[in-house]
Unconditional design. Structure first.
Length: 209
């Protein structure tokens, strides 16, 4: 569902002013007659969909491209350490770690449905975990940080080359010049991912101090 925002402006006289969390649940309420509105909690999200957040109280959110993702448990481990909400986005129901910070999102069955759901919400202060290079490019353009399951970060400087190599590899497979090769996922990859995700969280926290 999509949440509609009331245009920014002064609240109507006598009517309460309400603040919501990212699930659309009411978190605070006050009226114009109050001496001053409550301070914004540092844990409340300040962006809904494509709306920008201010840096004060920036809430870091993790979006996991969950189909075939081998580091779900590792992502949850880092998220719980820092109290971050995690959205696992997939095309079908799957068994996931349980916890109050975990949000399960099952999108319609389509080749790009999960990618579109993530890309439409990704923004500055968010971290996306995916091996999908086109999705990584869209999220980087939106200002998010993107990490592959092997712990390799996608960057603005390197995403163009990554897209070019992906297109070349696909062309070689389609023309029969290459059968393709997927390296096995190793314990070292898992360790690198944990370190890269921790560094990404710490980097965002430093930027927003």
């Amino acid at each position: 569902w999509a949440m509609r925002r009331k245009p920014v402006g002064e609240p109507d006289a006598g009517k309460p002013h309400v603040r919501f969390d990212e699930r659309g649940e009411e978190t605070e309420r006050w009226s114009q007659s109050d001496p001053k509105p409550p301070r914004l909690s540092s844990t409340l999200p300040l962006r809904f969909g494509g709306f920008e957040r201010s840096k004060r109280g920036l809430a870091i959110t993790l979006y996991i491209d969950a189909d075939a993702c081998p580091v779900k448990d590792e992502a949850v481990r880092v998220a719980e350490r820092h109290g971050l909400t995690v959205h696992f986005v997939s095309n079908s129901w799957m068994r996931l770690p349980e916890g109050p910070l975990i949000q399960r999102v099952v999108v319609s069955d389509g080749p790009d449905a999960a990618d579109d759901w993530i890309a439409e919400r990704a923004g500055k202060g968010d971290i996306i975990v995916t091996a999908d290079i086109p999705l990584a490019a869209r999220c980087l353009e939106a200002g998010a940080r993107v990490i592959g399951p092997t712990g390799k970060p996608f960057t603005d400087a390197g995403i163009g080359m990554a897209l070019a190599m992906r297109n070349l590899s696909r062309h070689l497979r389609e023309t029969g010049q290459s059968q393709g090769y997927n390296a096995s996922f190793t314990r070292q990859d898992r360790s690198r991912f944990l370190q890269a995700l921790e560094e990404a969280v710490q980097g965002i926290k430093r930027e927003t101090k």
